[in-house]
Design a protein around this ligand. Structure first.
Ligand code: GDP
Ligand code: ZN
Length: 357
């Protein structure tokens, strides 16, 4: 029998007879994966949840502790969500047909985490103001914020920006890391304790996936030296939303959390992508799509190296994700266009390199 404490459970109330506590590790449409002392079960919600559908706040989400009616031959039935000790939610504009009054509903995307890792990259988009904004968001969540400056291998001296952030927020721990070289990762062991849960917050491209991968690998190696035939760490490729690291720490990585990274995204893009946007007014055409248009200043900047392709791709990715929050359908249409654009850039860059030789 698995001890639910492994999943961070602390018995806060008396469990009524016939009910089993568990933690939601995955959520797909209306179906939940819940870890319980009986093992991993799939579960659906009791009808009562839907009667309260106006505010989806009480719907369980990844990270929640729930009580369920266990069913060993089919779906179990979730009857209650236990009180949350921390949570992130986002405004949800979807689900309203045209003609209805548009109301903003709160949608909880992650709960019961201990630490909020605020990731910010040390290279091109280093921005203390943005870190402070994330910090406000994190402290409202109930989790303990930890600032992580990523990609330290890409800057000459990370100690300067590190000192700058540390001075601006003296009460919050700040670490500089590199998921590629492993620099600073050992400092994170402080938070990566068994039974603890961590969420990552940060804009697209800051290195959230890379950090998760680095931690999984590091842990897997650590575990393998201790226990010979451990199978847990080897199945990390399956898509899960609450990851159990072999060290016993959980990481919540849900699409919802990723969208949170985009709050005030419009403002963020304007503030931090001047180096990309400065070229736009110089394009010959006002509505230049920066793909194949003649006289495109962006393509020219790419060709002569004034603008890096990574930077431009990042800018586009950010804008498209931003659109994703506002309108998922148009995001999907745009995604195809975006892939096309990136293909065109690759060709252009290769072609231009060829010319230079
Ligand atoms: P996410 O969108 O926040 O999940 O970011 P990713 O983990 O996908 O990383 C975005 C890009 O940054 C990828 O090209 C990574 O290889 C790169 N990256 C992430 N971490 C590091 C790092 O520590 N050093 C370097 N040099 N690149 C990194
Ligand atoms: Zn252009």
């Amino acid at each position: 029998m698995m001890d639910l404490k492994t999943y961070g459970y602390t018995e806060i109330e008396v469990i009524p007879d016939g009910l089993l506590p568990g933690r939601v590790t995955e959520l797909r449409r209306e179906r939940f994966t819940v870890m319980t002392e009986q093992g991993k079960v799939t579960a659906v919600l009791k009808g009562a949840f839907y009667h309260n559908a106006e505010t989806r706040v009480d719907f369980p989400c990844v990270g929640d502790f729930v009580l369920l009616h266990y069913n060993d031959s089919g779906d179990s039935l979730i009857v209650t969500v236990l009180p949350r000790r921390s949570q992130f939610s986002r405004a949800n504009y979807s689900g309203h047909a045209a003609g209805y009054v548009k109301t903003v509903r709160e949608q909880v995307v992650a709960t019961n985490f201990d630490y909020v890792f605020i990731l910010s990259s040390l290279n091109w988009d280093f921005n203390v103001t943005r870190i402070m904004r994330y910090l406000t968001q994190a402290s409202q969540s109930g989790g303990q914020p930890v600032v992580i400056l990523t990609k330290a291998d890409l800057v000459e001296d990370y100690k300067l920006p590190l000192a700058e952030v540390t001075q601006s927020i003296p009460d919050v721990p700040v670490h500089a890391i590199s998921s590629h070289t492993g620099l600073g990762l050992n400092e994170l062991a402080l938070y990566l304790m068994p039974g603890k849960t961590v969420v990552f917050l940060g804009m697209s491209g800051v290195g959230k996936s890379s950090l998760l991968n680095a931690l999984i690998k590091q842990d897997v190696m650590k575990v393998q030296t201790i226990r010979e035939a451990d199978s847990r760490g080897r199945h990390t490729t399956t898509h899960r939303q609450l990851f159990m690291l072999p060290s016993g720490t959980m990481v919540i990585d849900t699409p919802g959390m990723r969208e949170l990274g985009l709050f005030n995204a419009d403002e963020g893009i304007r503030a931090s992508f001047n180096d990309v946007e400065q070229w736009f007014p110089q394009c010959r055409f006002t509505h230049c799509r920066h793909q194949t248009e003649p006289g495109c200043a962006v393509l020219a900047a790419l060709a002569d190296g004034s603008l890096s392709r990574e930077r431009l791709e990042h800018y586009i990715a950010q804008q498209h994700e931003n659109k994703f929050i506002q309108d998922k359908a148009s995001y999907l249409i745009d995604k195809n266009a975006r892939n096309k654009t990136i293909t065109i850039w690759s060709k252009q860059t290769k072609k231009n390199r060829g010319w230079k030789k």
